[in-house]
Design a protein around this ligand. Structure first.
Ligand SMILES: [Fe+2]
Ligand SMILES: [Fe+2]
Length: 182
């Protein structure tokens, strides 16, 4: 593995791991504010970040020892309005800076496995941002978001609202490979 792509995988593993944990805490906060759909959205997306972290981790499973992960972590949690703002900020960073750059470097370096796992995360974070924006609009108006079932692909993390598709649009996994949060 080329060193720069390898470091990007370490960073992305760090970033996704933190997002996974942060969203679980945000879900607990949403529960406290009696916002069950927003809490469910945080838990579903937390699961998608867990899938991304695992996909990145598997690409570097030959490494041994401790390595420093350089990843964006959003600090300053608050109420759910604030937490949704932080979540959108994090997703936006991944979509507009982190993953596009990581994908291009992996492509340039001929690292196909890394390119694929970065592309899966990139394709998913766009959906995450949209779903968080929908929740934020409702919560900013002092109501909970109206939300159908949220489906998460357990292979690539792809996330959508509604019924699970016959085939995952990102990784081509089957309908049975989706986990529903409803
Ligand atoms: Fe995400
Ligand atoms: Fe998938």
């Amino acid at each position: 593995m080329k060193k720069m792509t390898e470091q990007h995988l370490i960073n992305a593993f760090g970033g996704e791991s933190q997002a996974h944990m942060r969203y679980l805490h945000f879900a607990d906060q949403a529960d406290k504010e009696n916002l069950p759909n927003t809490a469910r959205l945080f838990r579903a997306i937390s699961h998608a970040e867990y899938v991304h972290a695992g996909d990145h981790y598997r690409e570097i499973n030959y490494l041994e020892g401790g390595f420093v992960a350089n990843s964006m972590a959003a600090f300053g949690p608050g109420d759910t309005k604030k937490n949704l703002k932080l979540a959108i900020m994090g997703e936006n960073f991944e979509i507009t800076e982190m993953y596009p750059v990581y994908i291009e470097v992996a492509k340039f370096q001929g690292e196909k496995g890394a390119e694929r796992t970065f592309a899966w995360a990139y394709g998913t974070e766009k959906m995450h941002k949209q779903l968080f924006e929908k929740a934020k609009e409702a919560v900013d108006n002092d109501s909970d978001v109206e939300l159908g079932p949220i489906q998460v692909c357990k292979i690539c993390g792809y996330t959508l609202e509604g019924d699970a598709p016959d085939k995952c649009p990102l990784c081509a996994a089957k309908k049975e490979d989706f986990v529903a949060f409803q």
